[in-house]
Ligand binder design. Sequence first.
Ligand code: NAG
Length: 256
Amino acid sequence: MRRFAFSLLLISFLIEAGFSRLNNLNTVENYMNICMLGMHHKSSPSPEKGLTSKICSPWAARSCCTEETALDIHTDPTWLNFDWNHCGSLSPSCREYFIMDSCFYSCSPNVGPWLVEDVRKIRKERFKDVPLCKPECDNWYDACKDDLTCINKCPQGSTCKKFSEIYENSSSLFCEKVFGSFKVVDDVDNCFHLWFDAKYPNPNEAVARRRASEILNVKYEHVEGAKLTDHNKAVSSCSVWELGWMLSMLLLVAVL
Ligand SMILES: *[C@@H]1O[C@H](CO)[C@@H](O)[C@H](O)[C@H]1NC(C)=O
């Protein structure tokens, strides 16, 4: 009986892997209308009028985060268990960059083409190798290089070191390794901005659209940011993927 249940469990996990919603993205619009499957993310991007002034403002027109999440990012120093002040306070300019990064992580509606599966309590997907503009990375690094860190929680007995020391004076190493989400690129016409003035259209939109076209092997078509539809074209988040999970959990309960 146990063996049977275990086999079923295995099969349902395999089915789930095969039916990952990321394998079902088959139009550019699918890629453009998806948010990371995470605890603090919406299911698809939509306007958030509350994201004004400093509160994750670039993403007001189309956002994967709610206003509430944006507020938490700005006010909670241990948001998502990342303690900013684990080696004494971060300098204000460095902290500001980490806030921008958190806003990007939670709110950017353009990471669809770089989503991969993940298995953590806070998220079932993450983005990987998003092309970050080198000048933005350099600024982030310059703001933080003399700040102290031991990367999140300091293990007992470990010492705090400067970011520059840990990342060997390399801005690219810093941006790529600090959270493992970015790939620093020189091509200034085809890279992401961590932040931009909300007066202007989202510059990352075209980069994501180009990448989605590349993945699907279709011709890239430029679309003005304003013309992007907000109605829900996203792949439903209650997908076969979740069904698979539910089945697995039910079976797990049955086995135990
Ligand atoms: C980084 O720069 C500092 C100061 O210029 C220097 O002492 C150190 O050796 C450099 N480290 C590496 C890994 O290049």
